[in-house]
Design a protein around this ligand. Structure first.
Ligand code: URA
Length: 238
């Protein structure tokens, strides 16, 4: 449910008047809440729940556009509702006051960078293939893929009848008998990174998204989130 907001603030958010002018409209008995005229100050309403009207006409607030970067923990479903009742990513962002949805998806067991917003246009821009927004991951893969196998993934491999677009890969570290690889892709097919590594015979054991474009997690702890500002948003497309 939306957060309560002072009536005069809500009137301002609706673009009806400045806050001071809104107070005058209230005092003059021009504003009603759920059909009842309100003249006193200090009344709070819930946008989308209470019906606020001016001269009998319903008012709707311009919704604030908000953006968050979450470091998704494993075990959370990337959805706004899960029929199976599992924990969902949107529940991790407290008191945003708006209805958030995730941009793209991370598998249940995948962790890392996930943008949540109420801005449908930006979400579409990030996901649209024509923008080729890059996403970088750290993948712990079984065994040690040689340079040639990584080069195959860099050039593109055919998955389910369609060639993947060029990717960048680099080996970061050896981990026991396994290998930590950084991979940057420019598409968002379902389970794409896992399918790519399975294709070359080195299945993913653990996967973490570390960046959208040049927007990095930058030490954000697992399960934590931060608000994104306009300069952060530009980094997504770099
Ligand atoms: N690729 C995958 O295989 N899984 C993810 O969660 C994200 C990208």
């Amino acid at each position: 449910m939306s957060e309560p907001v002072r009536l005069q603030k809500y009137l301002a958010q609706c673009g009806l008047a400045s806050r001071r002018k809104a107070e005058q409209l209230i005092a003059d008995g021009k504003i009603s809440v759920d059909g009842v005229v309100v003249r006193e100050m200090g009344v709070s309403i819930r946008p989308g729940v209470n019906l606020v009207a001016y001269a009998g006409k319903k008012l709707v607030a311009e919704e604030r556009l908000v953006y968050y970067l979450l470091n998704k923990p494993p075990g959370y479903v990337t959805t706004i509702a899960d029929p199976q009742g599992r924990p969902i990513v949107t529940s991790l962002i407290k008191a945003s006051g708006v209805r958030l949805f995730p941009v793209g998806r991370l598998d249940l067991d995948t962790e890392g960078a996930l943008i949540l917003t109420n801005d449908g246009e930006l979400a579409q821009k990030i996901q649209h293939p024509s923008n080729e927004t890059s996403k970088s991951y750290e993948a712990l893969v079984r065994g040690w893929p040689g340079r040639e196998k990584l080069a195959l993934l860099e050039r593109g491999v055919v998955l389910e009848g369609k060639r993947t677009s060029p990717a960048s890969l680099s080996i970061l570290a050896a981990k026991g008998g396994n290998c930590l690889v950084k991979i940057t892709i420019h598409e968002g097919r379902k389970r794409q990174v896992k399918k790519m590594f399975s294709h070359i015979g080195h299945p993913v054991l653990h996967l973490k998204r570390i960046a959208y474009g040049k927007l990095h997690l930058d030490g954000l702890p697992n399960g934590a989130y931060r608000k994104l500002n306009p300069s952060d948003l530009k980094k997504i497309f770099l």
